[in-house]
Design a protein around this ligand. Structure first.
Ligand code: LLP
Length: 428
């Protein structure tokens, strides 16, 4: 459920007309609904309460300071993947002792920075990384809290670029080797404190079954590690999928009732709680997309229309630099006119201004026959939208706005051209 809907023919976020925001801030602009984010976090916390599970929000999904600050105020922890993300969390008022730190290529300065700030746990992805952390912790005269990411070799049935839990992926340590590795840590790495176990099999999982499979596979190992090494937690990762196709309708309760097969926080919780509860371990989850994905739209304006030989194109002022998901993952985002249309649809490609044929937001899509000057909302843009944006083609980064009831606030000013080239200089 989210807070985007037409009211009297005007697409609104909570109590604010999107057209008013575009008028004041311009386009392209990401517009987030505070209520949607808070509701999503609360729903997760409630559904997983029987497990006493802790939510560690995956910062990479959307790392705006205002969003992180909201999470921190809700008592949410953070899953980070770089020193930069940890810096953002601290800067936004988050607590590093509630942070887990994932990633396959952490550098020495990043590891030191995390340890200096009392990170809850570093989730390691290889033996060599563990040895490096052991060395650094030794120099610092501390014991570093670590867990290892186990790769359970389970197919997540998602796009190949966001599948992470099979033995073809660079992530984690194979399930067949994990026990041996924990024994090696205990025997040979005195500056490490084995604190937990971690896994994450992929992103945008639309079925519960791969989560169940992975948990069933890894559970005996988690139980064993609790016995042998007194691990405190098991993080089962993120990955809960959201609705992309049907997004606008999914803001209505009836939509959910009609689609019992759609993964929900409830169906996820119901499937995993009975499997995890008997272990008696602290359970962490690392959701990103499920918290912010449906909570934002990208506001954009139609600039031109072109009727080609084979296709009709609607050119918009948002490009793959603003939101790269369609180009990179064949991601599907619904696109709706901000002023409601009745009936007049057309099949068209919605394309951006970037000089690449891969710069499209939709292809062969039946959409409202919007005319140049009209505003559009690209739905489900909250996760991996702005956070993956770039200034490619020298296009300044978009603005971000947070709606709160019938008020709205800029949470990132549109980048200026001067800011875009800041740091560049001529050789001396
Ligand atoms: N934990 C770890 C270790 C991860 O690598 C990720 C995502 C998450 C948690 C959060 O996953 P989520 O709950 O958001 O599915 N840019 C891609 C998604 C990349 C996901 C990377 N890792 C996209 O736009 O689809």
């Amino acid at each position: 459920m989210h807070a985007f809907a037409y009211k009297d023919g005007a697409l609104c976020c909570e109590g604010v007309k999107l057209a008013n925001i575009a008028e004041a801030v311009g386009t392209p602009t990401f517009v987030y609904s505070k209520k949607t984010i808070l509701d999503d976090v609360a729903e997760l916390q409630e559904a997983l309460a029987p497990l006493g599970a802790h939510v560690a929000y995956a910062v990479k999904a959307c790392s705006n300071k205002a969003i992180l600050n909201m999470m921190a105020k809700m008592g949410v922890g953070f899953d980070i993947v770089s020193g930069g993300e940890l810096w953002r969390v601290i800067n936004a008022g988050g607590n590093p002792t509630l942070c887990t730190y994932a990633g396959v290529a952490k550098t020495e300065p990043e590891i030191r920075y995390a340890l200096e700030h009392g990170i809850y746990c570093i989730n390691c992805e290889s033996e060599n990384e563990l040895r490096e952390i052991n060395r650094i912790a030794g120099e610092m005269g501390i014991k570093a809290p670590v867990a290892v990411r186990v790769n359970p070799h389970v197919d997540a049935h998602t796009h190949k670029y966001i599948t992470t839990g099979t033995n073809e992926n660079k992530f984690g340590v194979d399930i067949t080797r994990i026990e041996e590795l924990y024994a090696t840590i205990a025997a040979e790495m005195p500056n490490l404190h084995i604190k937990g176990l971690q896994m994450h099999i992929g992103s945008q999982l639309t079925e519960v079954e791969p989560f169940v499979k992975a948990i069933q596979k890894v559970s005996p190992i988690a139980a064993k590690f609790k016995e042998l090494y007194h691990i405190e937690f098991w993080s089962i990762g993120g990955g809960i999928g959201i609705v992309y196709d049907g997004c606008l309708a999914s803001g209505q309760p009836e939509w959910w009732a009609a689609r019992p097969e759609q993964i929900t926080i409830r169906s996820y919780a119901e499937a995993i709680i009975p499997l995890l509860k008997p272990l008696g371990l602290k359970i962490l989850i690392e959701p990103g997309r499920r918290i912010v994905g449906n909570a934002a739209v990208l506001l954009t304006r139609c600039v031109y229309e072109k009727k080609g030989e084979a296709k009709t194109f609607k050119m918009i002022d948002a490009g793959m630099n603003d939101i790269i998901r369609p180009a990179l993952y064949e991601g599907y985002h619904e696109i709706w006119p901000v002023a409601e249309h009745k009936g007049d649809t057309i099949t068209a490609d919605i394309v951006g201004p970037i000089c690449e044929s891969g710069d499209f937001q939709a292809q062969n899509r039946e959409i409202a026959d919007v005319k140049p000057g009209e505003l559009l909302a690209e739905m489900s843009a909250g996760a991996y939208g702005f956070s993956m944006a770039s200034t490619y083609n020298s296009r300044p980064l978009a603005a971000e706005v947070l709606v709160d009831g019938d008020k709205w606030h800029i949470i990132r000013h549109r980048q200026t051209l001067e800011q875009m080239v800041q740091g560049e200089c001529l050789p001396e």
